[in-house]
Design a protein around this ligand. Structure first.
Ligand SMILES: [Zn+2]
Length: 235
């Protein structure tokens, strides 16, 4: 038996009544189809991931992940919603899913309205304000007023080095000097500020860097197409 956990959770949201969420670790293998030579083990890993979260047989509705700030609602289980980076649902038969390797998953949850969301935030989506857009969408479409958030695993501000072309698009407070004239960008901090400015309270953070932690694949550490997954669903 492996001692590696199959999935991790934002601790403060793990026991939230009505909400199911998790992040798949390397114990489950890659859940990314895009660079997979053979889709069957990837699909098996996705099924196993759903099973670990108690969602056996669930259709996973995949976030297209196009590095935008586009948001969509999901009212019935479908395979994927393209051209968006955040999906929101209030349906208990829907399971939201996205894949990552350094970009940040963000779990959104309104315990009063029983509405949940899953965001994919890399630097482009963060710059475009995808977290802000997702919270606004929950307010406008579902009347949410008490949204909580959990920031999942992603590449941290000590590890994520970017060039000046990227750095100049972000506020100085999210930047630090890198090596060779490059910059370190703290995407988790940038997303936390977006969420807090949108009235989200509290904003939790699992605090795990994908580049530094062996439990999750990192594109920057090992760019082989391996992806971990995030699932958000209502119970
Ligand atoms: Zn790091």
């Amino acid at each position: 038996m492996s001692t590696i956990p199959a999935a991790l959770h934002v601790p403060e949201l793990a026991d939230e009544p009505g909400l199911v969420h998790g992040f798949s670790t390397v114990a489950l293998g890659s859940v990314g189809l895009k660079h997979a030579p053979d889709p069957s083990p990837v699909l098996a890993s996705r099924r196993a991931f759903a099973g670990v979260l108690g969602l056996d047989g669930a259709v996973l509705t995949t976030v297209g992940s196009v590095h935008s700030a586009a948001v969509a609602r999901v009212d019935k289980p479908v395979d994927s919603v393209d051209d968006v980076d955040a999906l929101i649902t209030d349906r208990s038969d829907v399971a939201l899913f996205a894949t990552y390797a350094d970009c940040y998953p963000i779990v959104l949850w309104d315990p009063e309205k029983k509405v949940a969301g899953l965001v994919h935030a890399g630097w482009r989506g963060t710059r475009a304000g995808v977290a802000t857009a997702a919270v606004s969408f929950m307010e406008d479409e579902y009347g949410c007023r008490h949204v909580r958030a959990g920031i999942g695993p992603g590449i941290c501000g000590r590890c994520y080095e970017v060039g000046e072309d990227v750095a100049e698009q972000f506020d100085q407070r999210f930047l630090a000097p890198g090596t060779g004239g490059r910059f370190l960008l703290d995407l988790a901090a940038a997303n936390r500020v977006q969420l807090e400015d949108a009235g989200v309270k509290p904003v939790y953070d699992i605090g795990i860097c994908t580049k530094e932690h062996y439990l999750f694949p990192s594109h920057r550490r090992h760019p082989d197409g391996t992806r971990f997954g995030a699932i958000v669903a209502l119970r």
